[in-house]
Ligand binder design. Sequence first.
Ligand SMILES: [Mg+2]
Length: 138
Amino acid sequence: MNIYLDIDGVLLANEENLAIGAAEFIQYAVEHFDVYWLTTHCMNGDPTHAIEYLDRASHQDLRPWLEEFKPVTWSLKKTEAIDFSQPFLWFDDDCFSGEKIDLQEHGVMDSWIEIDLRNVPDQMTKEMVTLQAFVNEK
Ligand SMILES: [Mg+2]
């Protein structure tokens, strides 16, 4: 299964702080799945900025894990970068109407996991349990 990760509002609670549980989520995801950036901070296939932007908000150096994330390219819709031939989970606080249409057309609306850190600040801790359930199912 592929994992696609947004940064703002998902891995970062705000510009200066990682979301609660995000460091553990990142490490667990990389150790068990193929993880892809899916963020405006990495749209052109170059992950340098995304890695720096995220790592500078972390007390712990997450580079060894962040460097395992695969970069993608897209321009208007994040769904351009999703490989619909493979099962996936996409963690994002926003999904625009055009992206929703693409998910619906492929019958994978459930693959988008809506993150809402305002209402559930420790949601990434809970989402790690979701990942663990997939690993334990194998
Ligand atoms: Mg976001």
